[in-house]
Design a protein around this ligand. Structure first.
Ligand SMILES: [Ca+2]
Ligand SMILES: [Ca+2]
Length: 83
């Protein structure tokens, strides 16, 4: 990840859209590998299924496809420890 994408993540974390996503999808939904935190391991699992139909936890919003919305949810919770 380069400096520009880190800046984008920081900016996204403060946006109302991200706050709405966090309210709609709990941290536990974004914790794809169910280890209690949203980390690079969850991102890796997401990328393994990216842009494909999937009946799996990487499909965080449950629409049957691993796509951009699932990534938004993942990024919204990225770095969080889930309760
Ligand atoms: Ca995890
Ligand atoms: Ca999805």
């Amino acid at each position: 990840m380069n400096a520009q994408s880190e800046f984008t993540l920081d900016a996204a974390a403060n946006s109302p859209v991200v706050q709405d996503i966090i309210a709609m999808y709990p941290c536990s939904a974004a914790d794809i590998n169910e280890d209690g935190a949203v980390t690079v391991m969850d991102l890796t699992e997401y990328l393994a299924y990216f842009n494909a139909p999937c009946d799996c936890r990487a499909d965080i919003d449950g629409n049957g496809f691993v796509g951009a919305m699932d990534k938004l949810i993942l990024v919204a919770h990225y770095g969080s420890v889930c309760d």
